[in-house]
Each structure stands twice: as C-alpha cells, then as structure tokens.
Design a protein around this ligand. Structure first.
Ligand SMILES: O=C(O)CCC(=O)C(=O)O
Length: 190
C-alpha cells in the first residue's frame, strides 16, 4: 500500500501526525504506550524468564546467552520467540502492537516473529548500525519492526538510535564493520 492509501484508513493508536512522520522520517517514537500497572506486569514476566535463564549454561531454543553467563552474573542476551513462551507476549503482539502496525501498513497485518533483547550496560554485545529489512524475507518495504522499550533508554544503557530519512535511500546498504568503506554508518555520515 502507498502511504496515502495507509493514511486513508482511520488511525487506531497513533495520531495522523505521528503516522505522517513515520512515512517521512522512517520511524516514529510513541511515548507511554502502556500505563505503569501494565508495564509492571510485563516486567514481572520478563524477570521470570531472567530467573529461568540462570539455570542455563548454554544457548538453546529459548535463551540466547552471552559468554560469561552464570546464575550470579546473568548475561541473557535474548529470549527467543517470547510470544510462544508466555500468553502476555502474544496478547501484546496481537493487541495494541497489531493495531499500531495497522496504523502504518494498513489493515492487513501479518505477524512474523518476536524476540526480547536484553542490554547489560557492560559494553558487550554492541548492536552496530544496520537495516532490519536486510534480515527479513521481503519483496517490498512494507515489513516493519516494533520495538517495545521496557526501561528508560539513555546513552548509558545502549539506547537505540535511528537515522532519519535512511529508509528512503534507493538501495539497501552493504553490512560491513563500521571501519570498512560503505558500511551503513559511513554511508549515513555522508
Ligand atoms: O536494540 C537495538 O539496539 C537494536 C535491536 C535490533 O535492531 C534487532 O534486534 O533487530
């Protein structure tokens, strides 16, 4: 669907202005999607999985563990497919997040996958600049990522950054380390 066709459908979660800024900047930040009580419920479930991960010593189907992970010093990098492990995650994905997606892609929304990332504020497991689209099966640019941020994001704890307008580059970018020419970050700095 074209942005005009998407915008012709009534907004459900986002304002019309937020939807327009998504199409012009390539991203939109939505503050306080969940209230304090709902957020507390989500964090309780997240803590439950963090506790479960302490019993694990190697990565597997459910937990992706960074080197050095232990019960005393957990380094859970990722909970894989959280929507399959707890109904709350599926409820969120098919509830407010599906409505949010419908605001940006039109009413026919297809869920593809989920993951829950953890950041440990110790400099390990840095996520370099990249375009998510490269990692998705796609034939057009309708797929989108919805990141649900569960803690305040600051420069000190691995804040996610965006490059406004980079969605409109005519080509997808080569994914190489930042030190090498034509990496995503060098292209964005030009
Ligand atoms: O949280 C981040 O820094 C980026 C996460 C991301 O792009 C991903 O998991 O695909």
């Amino acid at each position: 669907m074209t942005p005009e066709a998407v915008l012709s459908h009534p907004a459900r979660v986002l304002s019309q202005r937020q939807r327009e800024s998504y199409f012009s900047d390539g991203y939109v930040v939505v503050e306080s999607l969940f209230g304090p009580a709902e957020l507390a419920d989500i964090l309780t479930v997240v803590d439950h999985f963090l506790e479960l991960s302490k019993r694990e010593t190697r990565s597997g189907e459910v937990f992706d563990l960074a080197p050095g992970h232990s019960a005393d010093s957990p380094r859970l990098r990722r909970l894989r497919r959280p929507h399959q492990h707890h109904p709350l995650f599926w409820e969120i994905a098919t509830g407010v997040l599906a409505d949010l997606a419908a605001n940006l892609v039109g009413p026919d929304v297809v869920f593809h996958h989920s993951k829950l990332n953890f950041k440990w504020n110790d400099g390990h497991d840095q996520v370099d600049w990249h375009q998510d689209i490269q990692f998705y099966p796609h034939t057009n640019y309708s797929p989108l990522t919805i990141g649900l941020v569960l803690h305040d994001m600051t420069l000190a704890n691995g804040a996610l950054g965006f490059v406004p307008g980079s969605h409109a580059f005519l080509d997808t970018l080569r994914h190489r380390p930042p030190s090498i020419a034509n990496s995503v970050i060098e292209r964005c700095n030009n």
